[in-house]
Unconditional design. Sequence first.
Length: 603
Amino acid sequence: MEKCSVICCRECKTHVALTNDVFSLSLEGPLGAYVNPHGHVHETLTVYKSQNINLMGRPTKEHSWFPGYAWTIAYCRRCTNHMGWKFTATTKNLTPQKFFGLTRGSVTPGMQQADELMDGDTWMPIISSADCFYYLYAFIPLDFMKTDTMSTMQWKKQWIVAIGIVVTVFLIYLFVSVGSSNNKFTTEWPQETEKEHNQQYRFWPSFKVDTQHNEKWLKSTCLKSEDDLSLDGIMEIQKKWSKSQDSECRRVYTMFTSIFTITSHPARVVIPDSFAVKVRKWLGNKEELFQSVKKQTVMFIYNEYTREQNVYNPLREKRPMGVPPRPETEYVEELVQKTQPSCDFCKYKLNTAEDTFGRVESEHSFTAANTFKLDSWHTLILLKKHHPLNWTYVEYRDLMSTAQKWLDKAYQQNSRYKYPMFVWDLLPHAGASQVHPHVHGFLDADRYQGAVENWRVGADEYNEDFSTQNYFSDFVSVHMSLGLAVQYGDAVAIASILPKKDNEVIVLGQRPSEDFFKLQYFVYRAFIEDMKKLCFSSGFALPSLDEAAGKGKIPAYVRAITRGAVEEIRSDISSLELFTSQNANTDPYKVIKFIKESIKKRS
């Protein structure tokens, strides 16, 4: 059994408590007695932040221990042991907005037993209200009240029982009073729905790129090691990092472990002799890989705020890849020759629709309204060149300039529509309906669509937990520290440790600047020319066009992934990605090397 020197699940020793307690009575939180409406006493430890805990059901205010707070059952993600409850404020004026109450019996190191209460010590109410039917009593030793320190916290059963009886009698009295005083007191309070909550964003600190905390800093200051970093060894990196006493190391480590939870599980396989020949062939007859198949390790990387998860098996990435029957560029050239004569986009003035304000057109690009729309403002931004691969930075920058002009025109038509997004699939295997390169542009009124809004909600929840921090800034800082980010001017590219699909690179900038677009171009050309990944999919999100709307303001960012071989019949997206978890088995440390080389080569 693992040794646990911090607050962990009693059953499996998984680390569950992350931060100091809510009420600041001790390092481990106040050992308190929560008395519910039925007079039952719950002995708990309160903490602001936890990890490795799942929630069951939606928050409810029914029989809540605290007016203004809804509760949700919490259990250990690893062994499903009931850990206690999460309490979430239902109004914005309550502090704290959320905290966890972990039961005494669910955690280790164990809390002081109830029958160890020293004579002369006392209980004091630390949460109460004139309209409140629920109270939290914490045990306060006399030494603490005299010295302002709490060195020990001890319990006594008769005190708990006595408190329970007193509170129960008081509850009965209050309920009777409520029924006979024309609703002088009420147990009803505003319950904010998830929809209302998601529409009330905070003002976040500005997005900034921190280059001080980089891979060199992490190795020399935090890890005290010059060993190469790899995704295979990320858990060992985390273990070494956690032992650092340097304040900056601790601060960035808190970012890392607050955003990401990384776990691994053994996966054993028994291979009969009759099957071994075929497996060896799959692995290029490499004996080391064959032996690794029998004892595999599967890693789960989970983002606590965006709720994304990637399942990573390093053995899958090490498998020898099959050679296509012919060069992929040869197949693309064949597609170009076959599709160009009948391409509607090549005859766009005759065979494409226009937006109500007309087209936006420039030297290398133009817009065409999508005939079958997915939104009120939904257009296509296209290169005039038919070939999907042979475009320069000048042509790409012109394409992006046309996209920005279209956004401005649509926003001028109706300023309610202010949330801009773009998506781009290159070549049919990536989902493109036409070989001719085209980008879909959207402008939404109420919020960003789908995955973009999920990131925005996650970023707001992060700011709720860390009010002086910007999620996107800290997200970049973590990757920069791990050696998975590279800065270019006022933009930054990261190779994600939790990719949407293979080889994901995320480009971020405070605004859509020249550096931002150049860095995108470097990423795309790295995919096509350096990595020989001709199919890709990418999604763009830009800050709100309403400059006065400062709440929930995201930076400009692009997510780009590769999509497999262009001639491959088999899809690279399956029910696994659609309905369960992401599965990308590419090493981000290899990806970031390609991006760095692309910048050197093309800048």
